[in-house]
Design a protein around this ligand. Structure first.
Ligand SMILES: [Fe+2]
Length: 404
């Protein structure tokens, strides 16, 4: 009797194991903005150009890719999803070098799936940097893009849209909404062609009992009132409606260069911070065997980066913000303007990296906040209040349960 019960229990457990879906782990990166080293090596002008930019630390692009390779080795994901802005400004040379790196990742056993962003195809006048001067370099066309990356994408949808079948039960609808027909445009567009293709994908997924996640470069939901123009794709309502209709719960995006998650009526848009900017984020999207999913934004492990790099990269980012604030004409004594610029730089760093939490009182108790509040005419204080009021409760984590 006892043997029979044990045998039945074993059969029951085996049944559960066989019917359950295996856990799947996707690793996501966005906005690598990689520049092939021969296009800038030895150029002070390039470093100066970056110093006037938005915090990209592209002069360490090789070190960052090396660290990411090791991070992928540690995470052992089922696939690497790259949501566009692969290159600095669409240089053919950068794409070719990056494709070699993706090949190495695939050789390590991790499939790579990519879509372009607004800095990848038909960018006007991409440049290389020499000592004290710049020169033109070849921009990738759609044909170049396809021939360089044919191993890391499929065909089937508008532009470079396709379905990445990570497994029979998990599909990623890689939705290319970037516009580059004549020349690269900043804002993406979800068109009627995209809608028709995506709906067919979602219907087919339903028939095959597969769960679908979508991935775009541009955002499908507005993250904040100050990141709507230029970031939210045209036709976003149409894409969001379709996603909701067919039970898609999460869209993976980038483009914002800010780590932020927004959820509206059951749909989450997880905008991943730019990989090329401190704190060099990647994300893990994990599906359990019970249909639950979780999204977590992570930072590259310090041990994979050169000694002191994390600190150097943070100082690079805050230094750029601090200098911009100082140059913006803040009024007050030297001591006051230093404190205010420093506060703005620290706040930007916290906000863009996704570590600022809504209602974190330490920021409004800071003496420099009172200085900013006293400058009612300054545009930064208006922006600061907006950022605080529209902050996400948790810009690093989201979760849910997908229905098949
Ligand atoms: Fe970007």
């Amino acid at each position: 009797m006892r043997i029979a019960v044990t045998f039945l229990t074993l059969l029951f457990l085996l049944g559960i194991i066989c019917s359950a879906r295996a856990e799947t782990k996707l690793m996501v990166v966005s906005d690598l903005h990689y520049l092939e080293p021969s296009l800038y090596e030895g150029s002070d002008l390039f470093v100066q150009t970056l110093r006037n930019g938005d915090g990209k630390i592209t002069q360490y692009g090789e070190e960052l890719l090396a660290a990411l390779y090791r991070q992928i080795g540690q995470e052992q994901p089922d696939a690497l999803i790259v949501t566009g802005d692969l290159t600095f400004n669409g240089e053919q040379k950068s794409h070719a070098a990056l494709a070699d790196w993706f090949r190495r990742v695939e050789e390590s056993g991790v499939p790579v799936w990519i879509i372009p962003g607004n800095h990848d195809i038909n960018v006007e006048h991409p440049t290389g940097y020499a000592k004290g001067t710049v020169y033109g370099t070849k921009a990738a066309t759609p044909e170049d893009f396809f021939s360089v990356y044919s191993d890391f994408l499929e065909t089937g949808g508008p532009g470079f849209s396709y379905v990445a079948k990570v497994s029979s039960s998990l599909w990623v609808a890689m939705t290319d909404v970037a516009r580059y027909q004549d020349r690269a445009e900043t804002v993406g567009m979800f068109t009627a062609q995209h809608a028709s293709w995506l709906e067919n994908v979602l219907i087919q997924a339903g028939k095959e009992n597969a769960r679908v996640v979508t991935a775009t470069h541009h955002n499908v939901l507005a993250h904040t009132s100050f990141s709507r123009d230029d970031f939210l794709m045209f036709g976003s309502e149409r894409m969001a409606a379709l996603a909701r209709q067919y039970g898609v719960q999460i869209n993976l995006s980038g483009h914002l260069h800010m780590q932020h998650i927004v959820r509206e009526n059951g749909l989450t848009d997880a905008a991943l911070g730019a990989f090329c900017i401190w704190p060099h984020r990647y994300a893990l999207l994990t599906f359990g065997d019970d249909d639950r999913w979780s999204y977590d934004a992570k930072e590259l492990n310090e041990k994979f980066l050169p000694d002191g790099f994390r600190r150097l990269s943070r100082e690079w980012f805050t230094g750029i913000s601090r200098d911009k604030m100082k140059a913006s004409g803040i009024t007050g004594s030297d001591e006051e303007t230093d404190a205010m610029a420093d506060y703005a730089a620290r706040f930007h760093a916290a906000y863009f990296s996704g570590t600022y939490r809504k209602d974190d009182r330490s920021w409004t108790r800071d003496p420099a906040y009172a200085l900013w509040e006293s400058r009612q005419d300054g545009s930064f204080v208006t922006y600061l209040r907006l950022m605080m009021s529209e902050a996400s409760d948790d810009p690093l984590h989201a979760e849910g349960a997908l229905s098949p």
